[in-house]
Design a binder for this molecule. Structure first.
Ligand code: ATR
Length: 273
């Protein structure tokens, strides 16, 4: 029987995941399909039951179900459990459902694809303390980045995250004040998304031109924050790599194959232009 995979979420029609995974199946000579399924908030239990009974081999999970799906899975791996968020479900050979999270590790792979892994000793600043920031900070911590600070508009949320990784919590103002101390800066808030307001999440007057500046927003590809960093001479990492790599790591879990991430990047950028 032909294998099939899916992504569940709400909204889902805009998702770039189906086309990306179907291209990877074709490139790897795997006879499989990947379909978007609109699953409204509050209906994830029924959706998991249907996916299980209809024989899906795995699926991705996006907003608003990443946390809500957990009680309906048979097992959750340690990173997803620590994050309390699942973005990838793998159906094990015995039919049990394993929840995983490739978002944070996907960010680390996209960062290291661009800058190598030699900056682990530098101080890292994560801007934001929401779901995405949690995943990235935990994955960076697990990957060996030891000195992580988190700044957030609501400092209590930065403190809660730092309590889990042993980092330093800062207000946005305090982080801006000592921005020159950081060698890797990761922007995780929606500030700069085409659907939100533009502008910068923190002032960057003190940004060290030698620092690497990453944003997880990929639409637009270059947020005002990345544009300002480029103007300052900084090396930048846009958010498209994280999107591609979270998918690539899920694809690898499902098929054992690693897709061509750089070719995918070129294709997606051509489509965005
Ligand atoms: P996600 O899962 O994408 O991380 P989230 O969990 O809603 O989304 O988190 C959004 C993050 O962006 C939070 O850190 C939020 O700050 P608060 O905790 O103070 O709400 C941050 N954020 C959202 N809008 C922002 C803005 N206009 N300026 C600064 N930070 C903002």
């Amino acid at each position: 029987m032909k294998k099939w995979y899916a992504v569940i979420g709400d909204p889902i029609s805009h998702s770039k995941s189906p086309a990306m995974h179907e291209a990877w199946f074709a490139e790897n000579d795997i006879d499989a399909a990947y379909i978007p399924i609109h699953v409204p908030s509050g209906t994830v239990a029924g959706a998991v039951d249907a996916l299980r009974r209809l024989g899906a081999s795995g699926w991705n999970v996006t907003i608003p179900h990443k946390q809500a799906i957990i009680p309906y899975l048979d097992e959750v791996d340690p990173l997803a459990a620590a994050m309390q968020a699942v973005n990838t479900v793998k159906v094990l050979p015995d039919g049990r459902l394993l929840g995983m999270n490739t978002d944070g590790p996907g960010f680390v792979r996209s960062l290291e694809e661009r800058i190598g892994s030699f900056r682990k000793k530098e101080r890292v600043l994560v801007i934001g303390a929401g779901g995405a920031a949690n995943g990235i900070a935990l994955a960076m911590n697990q990957a060996g980045y030891g000195k992580i600070s988190v700044c957030n508009r609501t400092v209590q949320k930065a403190e809660a995250l730092c309590g889990r990784i042993g980092g330093e919590a800062l207000s946005l103002e305090d982080a801006a004040e000592k921005l020159d101390e950081f060698g890797v800066i990761i922007q995780t808030t929606p500030v700069g998304m085409s659907t939100a307001t533009g502008g910068l999440p923190i002032a960057i007057e003190r940004l060290d031109p030698g620092a690497v500046v990453a944003d997880i927003v990929y639409s637009p590809l270059h947020t005002d924050f990345l544009k300002a960093a480029m103007k300052n001479g900084n090396e930048i990492v846009d958010g498209l790599g994280m999107f591609i790599w979270q998918g690539a790591l899920a694809f690898h879990e499902w098929t054992g194959r690693m897709p061509d991430t750089l070719g995918t990047r070129q294709r997606l950028i051509a489509e965005m232009e």
